[in-house]
Structure formats: structure tokens, C-alpha cells
Design a protein around this ligand. Structure first.
Ligand SMILES: [Zn+2]
Ligand SMILES: [Zn+2]
Length: 52
């Protein structure tokens, strides 16, 4: 983990690197269980219950 400005929300914090798009995202904008940012996680999560 690195410290810096989150590329998604613009706040300063501890950042993780998204494995998909390479963006540095803070813990709020990063899905640790999937190892990717929330933007990519949304793309990769296929809704199985048709909520969207
Ligand atoms: Zn963020
Ligand atoms: Zn991403």
C-alpha cells in the first residue's frame, strides 16, 4: 500500500492499486476482496438477481 491522493474520490489516504485499470484508490473506493477499484468491481460483478 502507498499513501497519496485517491484517483476516484480525490481524498488523501492509503491507496491500493487496482489490478484491472491500475488506478490508485483509497480504502473507500477499493474492493479488497476483489483486488480492484469499485469502478472495476462494478463492471466485473455480474448481478445474478437482476437488481440492476
Ligand atoms: Zn477514494
Ligand atoms: Zn479499476
Amino acid at each position: 500500500m502507498i499513501e497519496g491522493i485517491c484517483k476516484i474520490c480525490g481524498k488523501n489516504g492509503l491507496l491500493s492499486t487496482c489490478q484491472i485499470c491500475g488506478v490508485h484508490a483509497c480504502s473507500h473506493c477499493f474492493d479488497n476482496s476483489m483486488g480492484m477499484c469499485k469502478k472495476c468491481a462494478r463492471k466485473y460483478k455480474t448481478p445474478k438477481f437482476g437488481k440492476f
